[in-house]
Every structure is written in C-alpha cells, then in structure tokens.
Design a protein around this ligand. Sequence first.
Ligand code: FAD
Ligand code: PYC
Length: 416
Amino acid sequence: MQKYSLFSLLNGALHNHENWKPAWRSPEPRPAYDIAVIGAGGHGLATAYYLAKDHNLTNVVVLEKGWLGGGNTGRNTTIIRSNYLRDDSIAIYELARSLYENLSTELNFNTMFSPRGLLMLCQTEHDVRAMRRHAYAGRNKGLDVKMLTPAGVKQLVPLLNCSAQARYPVLGALYQPRGGTARHDAVAWGYARGASRRGVDIIQNCAVTGIRREGDKIAGVETERGYIRANKVAIVAAGHAGQVAEMAGLRLPLESLALQACVTEPLKPCLDVVVMANTVHGYISQSDKGELVIGGGSDAYNNYSQRGSFSSIEHTITALVEMFPILARTRMLRQWGGVIDMTGDRSPIISKTDVSGLYLNCGWGTGGFKAIPGSGKVFADTIANDRPHPFAEPFGLQRFVTGRLIDESIAAAVAH
Ligand code: FAD
Ligand code: PYC
C-alpha cells in the first residue's frame, strides 16, 4: 500500500487540483445532427450514451437549457428499487436496477451505488394487503423481495418507533434487499462524460424554443443559439416535457407539479437502510456525508416551482418524527423542489409519436431516477430502430387511447 506523508497530502490538496481536464467537451453547436435530444438530465444523457455505445450513432446533440443534471436528476432523493406491481414496470425498473449494479464500472465513474436495502412500511391493514400483493408480483417475476414482520423491521431499523401505541403502528414491510441509493450528480456526470467521449455534443445554456416540422415529419429545433436541423428529435424534459411537446403541436397527458425534499445536518451513521412510509407520507435515508435525506408527497396543485415551502416540509417532518422520535431535535440544513411530470397511471411515457422522427421519454413523475440506465438503453434502441423496444412498447402514448393503463399508484409510493 502506498504511504502518504502529511506533507504530500497537503501538497496534493493544494496543488494537484489545478489544470484538471473538463470531463466533457463544450463544443459550438453544429448546424445539423442526425439526432437532437432535448434535456440533459439523467434520461437524456443516458439515451445519448447508449445511442453512441450500443448503436454507433454519434452525430447526436444534447441540448440543455440550464446546466446538465440541474433538473430533477440533481434534485432527487436517489432511491433505487424495482418493487413495482405490473410485469411491464418490473421489467424496466429491474433492468435499470440491475444496470446500476455495474454502472460505475461501465462508466469508469464512481456512481456510489449503495444497495443497502429498502423498506416500504405497512402501517394499515390496507398497506399490508397492498404490499403483499407487490411482493407476490415481484417474486413471480424473479425479484428478490419479501415481506417482513414488525420484529424483522425493528431488527433492520432500530431507530424506528415500532410501538403498538403509535398512531399508525408498524405492521410489517415490503423489503427489497438490493434496493438502495446512488449519487445523483455522478450518474449524470458519468453518462455525460461517456457520451461526450464517444462524440456526442452536449450544449448547456441552450434552451430549445421551438420545434420545426415539415408536415408530419420532424425538421429541426429552434434554440437560443440558432436553428439546428435534425432527422430525429427526442423530448426528454421531465416537468417541462408538456411545454416542449407543445412546440411540436402535441398535447401530452401530463401534469407538472413540484416535489420537495430536504436534508438535515450531518449525523454519525445511524440508518443503513432506506425507509419509506406511504401512509404517514414520509421517507428517509442517510447519505454518505451523514445528512438525513428526507421527502414526502408532491404539491397538491400544479406548478413549476423549484423551491421548498413550509407547509410541505412541516407535513413531511411531522410524519418522520412520528416514526423516528429520536430525530426531533435534528436541524434542517436545506430544502428544495423539482418539477415532476406526472401521468394519470403514474407510469412513464416512452414512445414514438405520430410525427415521424419525434420521440418522447417523460412522465417519470416522482420516480425516474431509479430508471435512468434502463430507460436510456431502451429509449436509445427505440430511436435507433424507429420502433418501440419490447420493454418500451407498453409505455407508448397509445395506452391513453386504448385504456391499457399501467396503474402504479401504490408502487409510486409516498411521493405521488
Ligand atoms: P431532468 O433531470 O429534470 O432533466 C430534464 C432536463 O430538461 C432539465 O435539465 C431541464 O433543464 C431540461 N429542459 C427543460 N426544458 C428544456 C428546453 N426547452 N430546452 C432544453 N432543455 C430543457 N426518483 C427516484 O427514482 N427516486 C427518488 O428517490 C426520487 N426522489 C425525488 C425527489 C425529488 C425532490 C424530485 C423532484 C424528484 C425525485 N425523483 C426520484 C424523480 C426523478 O428525479 C426524476 O424522475 C428524474 O430525475 C427525471 O430525469 P429526467 O432526465 O427525465 O429529468
Ligand atoms: O420513486 O422510490 C421513489 C421515490 C422515493 C422518493 C421519491 N421517489
């Protein structure tokens, strides 16, 4: 093992953090590309990465109105799990979860995936029935999920108030041992670097302001830095997907809402699983820095606010303190919000459209971080081959016409 003296450590700290090479290029936009991806969140960047890596399509631009990863990808609470109800959902969320297992190696970038285990508490008889149903559905599809008794929950989460006298006593939990968390920024940065190195242009501070069609075919995008021709355009703009799609004349079945979260001051390690409590409406995990990462339900009305609000945080903290009374005097460090894109069935839209060359990847609502690798892979395949990947097919826009909805309102959990 290499030994470091105090001097060499100080020297490194003071001098080696200079002249770093940027992790991705910042090129000038070209006048034309094969494919333009609108939105440099995790989904847009992963799509670009897999277009280049799996399909050798590198004449691709990702257009971002702010900074890459600065949307919901950099604002989420990083929970990763695949404990959904429907076969179609389990397929894509488990593909994503399994890709997270090796993502750091794939990207040669530490995404800090931490499969520390995830619990969804049951605090009513209804929760017990619903979670049991999810456990059976998951096991039927080969997922490693199981139900825990209250004693099993207490063993995994000693801090949790499991008293029978609690307002909503813990009656059990749905447990996914390899659910967990990852570092959100690192996922965006890793995909950005991988895509950029393969030739994809990522243009930040460049909002798309219009989409041009020639009849029923896509022609290109207007941007703050001029017009860019493109044979194919992919809208991956989360809470703003509805606005962007309207530029191409499409009205999407989406609502935009703020979802808020907060972190506490850093504490010594005290919670080594992720705990979600749907009934009281709060969830919690501990970051590697020691902060408790906390969130709850989405705002009750449509809005585009990226801020926290007292009313929401008060409700969430009340829920959390009821579950973890010992945390009552912990101080909150910061609070924020992101704009989520919610469909009626709480499932995403991964779809071709009636406009030739126009594709959609949105509607991930409160739960798309966990899906980034799987969604990127499946969506890149859909764009490259101009037909839905089998995992994407059920998530097409047509389901809102046929009525074959994929209801995940329970699995979408606390935050919906
Ligand atoms: P984003 O990361 O939002 O990227 C979309 C990008 O499009 C943005 O960067 C935006 O600036 C850009 N854009 C918009 N309009 C334009 C335009 N006109 N031109 C160019 N660019 C444009 N999911 C989980 O799985 N687990 C969680 O624990 C979790 N917790 C969450 C907690 C909070 C507080 C929030 C807000 C969300 C949470 N989510 C969670 C949901 C998850 O964050 C999102 O589903 C996911 O990040 C969506 O990724 P994206 O790439 O589609 O969107
Ligand atoms: O999708 O697991 C999730 C989630 C947790 C908090 C917000 N979203």
